[in-house]
Ligand binder design. Sequence first.
Ligand code: C2E
Ligand code: MG
Ligand code: MG
Length: 555
Amino acid sequence: MSLLQATFEATADGILVTNGQGNILNFNQRFAELWQNALNQQVAWDEFYDLTFIARFLKKAAHFLSKIRDLYAQPQVESHDIWELQDGRYIEGRSCPQRLGDDVIGRVWSFRDVTERLKTEAQIRYQASHDLLTGLPNRKFFNDRLAELLAQAIANQSLLSVMFLDLDRFKLINDSLGHAAGDQLLQEVARRLRQCLRKQDIVARWAGDEFTLLLSDLNCIEDAVAIAQKILCAMKPDFNLEGRMLHVSSSIGIAIYPTDGEDAETLLKNADAALYRAKDSGRNGYHLYTSAINSETSEWLMMESHLHRAVERQEFVLYYQPQINVITGEITQMEALLRWKHPELGLIAPGRFIPLAEENGLIVPIGEWVLRTACRQNCDWQAAGLPPIRVAVNLSARQLRQPNLVEMVAQVLEETGLAARYLELEITETTVMKNVELTKTILYELHQMGVSMAMDDFGTGYSSLGYLKRFPFNTLKIDQSFVRDLTTDPNDKAIVAAIIAMGRVLNLKLVAEGVETKVQEHSLLSLDCEEMQGFLFSPPLPADEATLLLESQFL
Ligand code: C2E
Ligand code: MG
Ligand code: MG
């Protein structure tokens, strides 16, 4: 055997040399073995005078034949393919032109069994894209397919649905029956889910007990709903978990492309929001996303249930912000400002929950609590020997519609023992404008009782100053938006000057809100406004700090 031949035999690849017409000139032992294994018998090599014999072992014989025809027509071309054999193996084949000097005289073919390599690669790919416990595709796989199918749906203008499914009370089962039972449940759920779906649908394990579904090519939204119903039905029979039969319901949230989102992220987010709706409305059901459920409304919903609890649990506190007469430097009044001490979210400002409390009516009991607490606090200050001042309490529009508001105020004053003249009620200009006649009646009754009245946030509504004459206001609070721009906007300065002048004529006390800087203070003073409230003097303070502030002023 020549050195060349020895080398030829020592390579790991099956090598074949053909002439320019495809006739076999030479091959090594490895090459013979590759095909002998396939035939399970000795090959009578003289039968196979050219390459086409390989085709009979392959699944795609015709493809192979046309390929070698092309290659022999183009002697310079190299090729690389993987061929699947009828016995299930995969053979990688390369073909390179054999050159002698500048001439191509034939081809050298090398073949190699790559079955194992492909298997390992496929397994790695599978593991990277599947959940090992349930065998379902994982989140990454789902996201990749979602991107692809979404692009298709956009191109074909077809419907696509993303669903979130979540087992109700899975955590409870996992914690009480153990992880083995939890795992069994997830596997069985995966099996039932797969049975409900069409071939082109995808179900993935998203995380924990959350599954995502991707349904493409829907004719209408009802198609998606039908599948969701089918799934809920399939989940109905009891699950056998470690010998225990257990009923486990689930909830499904549905989002549809294009109505509920045009990109993957939005669709997933909205399906998730719909899932929470489904859970909220009693579990074991499905819910279609509607644009009404966005994160804001779910926050709103959460807030609503928390707010009910807050009333029962007394999670409210009052802060007090002083009003100062800047000429004398004295505190003339304290405004009670409501805060919600949320156990998780911390201190919440009224702007975030009063509109909600107004809408659901909780402002009525909350408002009564504010009034009682502020009156009691003021009595405490007086009882501690501090010179009497007024306390101001804000009233909302809803409270003005409360039929017994006047009696309620009278009762609180009586109960706490605070003289009516030490209470001021603040009503915003917009509230007054909402129901002029009713407000007028109520204000007159309160005025009769000796309670002082203030118009809050003046300038933000559209009432004329002349209008004010018709109401028994004692105080006008100039809205902080004017104060903010007072020193920069000459219009604001002119408006504030007019308000102050008119207030004087009407014999109203004027208070500027939101004074934050010395420049604003001086500007207001030059316009003849002496009473101010704002961070420049003090932020709203908790009761004990407000008490200290009063004591340092007067004692
Ligand atoms: P408001 O009655 O006009 O209260 C003044 C608001 O301005 C307060 O906000 C106060 O913290 C803030 N503020 C005070 N000084 C400054 C300042 O120098 N700069 C700025 N930027 N802001 C200042 P807060 O406490 O968040 O209250 C907001 C609104 O919520 C109040 O406006 C009032 O309309 C309403 N509110 C507060 N407590 C109650 C309540 O018990 N019942 C009702 N119905 N409404 C309330
Ligand atoms: Mg106020
Ligand atoms: Mg105000």
